[in-house]
Design a protein around this ligand. Structure first.
Ligand code: G16
Length: 552
């Protein structure tokens, strides 16, 4: 097959974005992520890769999201989305890494040619990409680099402007498998199809049930704020007495506020409410992260204790509700749950023992959970940090949507299941869709947060970040629960863990931040904190910790 890429055009545009020699880029847990000033060359090259992937997949749209999600405002990142709206196929992650690390323009051309020949790409095909960004100040400059990359590979790009990450995932799927827009801007259409789909599905899922109390949503001063506001208005148009939300931390204009002392990661890690939220007893609240792909819920008890309802609790709530509907409807559908090592021990025990679900544990990263969840008829996956969704296989959808004679009760259960399949964003974890999913289940059950929280009691747990000279020296196995390197460190951790009742701890390098993460749980809060900081201290000493030694 003749090579027809325009090497001169690629070189000319690439010269604007030289690779920084000293940096070795890796496609991590959620794409490339680091300080925004190091990313221009990477993003330019991601534009090229997206064009190649589109040609490989019969000109289907490939999605590109420019975001660093929960990371500090000064960071940014980029990830690719496959035509189905799911994460980029793993084989192509290595192409992304090779392209990002090509030192010279000639090397870049060689990598491009090698991707083309390895994949038998027909260069005469049209290439289509669709892209969006979050509200970070570095976004526009990076989008300009991306657009040059798209131009360099002669692809056609649709700019969606500012969107949540899950909106970009959903709209990539929509462009490929639903109606192709004939006129109007894709930016506006992407909002419209999203709000329409989820508001209508929510209406179906809640039926005639009574609304619950108002909910406060901390939007991390990110893109979730304007998008949730719009979505709530669409819901109001259908039924103005079912969902009352007050959005806080909604300032997307003031520099320095994104994810600062607010948002899902801050709340989950610190196990405390965000800035600007004084919660009354049992007031319902939730936090999104900077690109609205994760959510955690919380409230405070009569005695002022902060109660977190994290991804594990969302999994228990949704899996429990779905299996009940499946049983009522007498459908032959299996439901399984996928977690990571961060799942609280009590949640795994509850899911396996009380609800009798098969539960699998995979490495951190939605891409790993998503793939495992596809092995079940209905796969429920949530990371403890609030990132997740539910996948309905085509077998499950066929059964749920098939005709047949049914009792009224069975028919009602089927209708609810159908509504859930529409309400859940099955392309990726989506904070807004998950918010509506949780709210609709609680409305159907007429449950307070306190009642939801009581399904099982979390073991005290703690997450600590350790800054070390080189986090890449940490290598794990056993779904990240065991350290293989540095040599001998796991044995030391095991010895510490053995000193605590119901103790558990693991260490893994983050794939999105320049830190090593330490997780610990034990039977009491005091033990758990002590274990977490002792393990963090071990990591700090063994790996040449930089910055302060972790302490409570
Ligand atoms: C991303 C991934 C999540 C992962 C999180 C933290 O979330 O999509 O799957 O749990 O990073 O990953 P790590 O511990 O490797 O830093 P987000 O919300 O930042 O896109």
């Amino acid at each position: 097959m003749a090579q027809t890429i325009d090497c001169d055009k690629i070189k000319e545009l690439s010269a604007k974005y030289p690779k920084l020699k000293e940096i070795n880029y890796t496609y991590g847990t959620a794409g490339f992520r680091m300080k925004a000033e190091y990313l221009e060359s990477v993003i330019f090259r991601v534009g090229i890769l997206a064009g190649l992937r589109s040609r490989k997949l019969d000109s289907k749209f490939i999605g590109i999201m420019v975001t660093a999600s929960h990371n500090p405002e000064a960071d940014n990142g980029v990830k690719l989305v496959d035509p189905s709206g799911e994460m980029l196929e793993q084989q192509w992650e290595s192409y992304a890494t090779q392209l990002a690390n090509a030192q010279s323009d000639d090397e870049l051309i060689n990598v491009i040619k090698s991707v083309i020949s390895q994949n038998g790409i027909d260069e005469s095909k049209k290439a289509s990409v669709v892209y969006a960004r979050d509200t970070r100040p570095s976004g526009p400059k990076l989008i300009a680099a991306l657009e040059d990359g798209i131009k360099a590979i002669s692809a056609v790009g649709e700019n969606l402007g500012i969107k949540t990450t899950p909106q970009l995932h959903y709209f990539t799927y929509y462009l490929n498998y639903c109606e192709k827009p004939t006129e109007g801007s894709c930016d506006e259409l992407a909002d419209k199809v999203y709000y329409e789909k989820f508001s209508k599905a929510f209406q179906k899922a809640v039926g005639d049930n009574q609304r619950l109390s108002d909910i406060y949503v901390d939007a991390a001063n990110g893109v979730g704020a304007p998008k949730l506001k719009d979505l709530a208005q669409w819901i109001d148009k259908l039924n103005d007495n079912i969902f009352k939300v007050t959005i806080i931390n909604d300032d997307t204009d003031t520099r320095g506020k994104l994810n600062f002392q607010c948002g899902a990661d801050y709340v989950k890690t610190g196990q405390k409410p965000p800035l600007a939220l004084n919660l009354a007893c049992e007031q319902r609240a939730a936090s999104l992260d900077g690109d609205a792909d994760r959510i955690v819920f919380y409230y405070v008890d009569e005695d002022g204790t902060f109660r977190l309802l994290d991804g594990d609790k969302i999994a228990a709530l949704s899996a429990g509700f779905i299996i009940e509907l499946v049983k009522t409807a007498c459908l032959d559908i299996s439901v399984g749950v996928v977690q990571t090592a961060y799942a609280n021990g009590s949640s795994t025990a509850y899911l396996e023992r009380e609800l009798a679900f098969p539960v699998s544990c995979v490495p951190t990263g939605v891409k790993h959970l998503h793939h495992k969840a596809q092995e079940y008829d209905v796969g429920v996956y949530f990371e403890a940090n609030g990132h997740g969704t539910v996948l309905f296989s085509s077998k499950a959808l066929d059964k749920i949507n098939s005709d047949g004679s049914r009792t009224t009760e069975q028919e009602k259960a089927i209708k609810k299941l159908q509504a859930l399949t529409e309400l859940i964003n099955q392309t990726v974890g989506d904070a807004l869709s998950d918010l509506l999913l949780v709210e609709s289940i609680l409305i159907n059950r007429q449950w307070t947060f306190k009642k939801w929280n009581s399904v099982y009691t979390d073991k005290p747990n703690r997450l600590v970040k350790v800054v070390v000279a080189d986090r890449q020296i940490f290598k794990t196995t056993n779904a990240e629960r065991t350290l293989v390197e540095p040599n001998g460190l796991q044995e030391k951790i095991d010895k510490l863990v053995a000193q605590y009742k119901d103790g558990r701890s693991f260490v893994r390098p983050s794939g999105t931040e320049d830190v090593v993460r330490v997780y610990a749980e034990a039977s009491t809060r005091e033990d758990c904190d002590q274990l977490a900081f002792k393990v963090a201290g071990l990591v700090y000493d063994e790996a040449g910790g930089t910055g302060g030694r972790p302490s409570e």
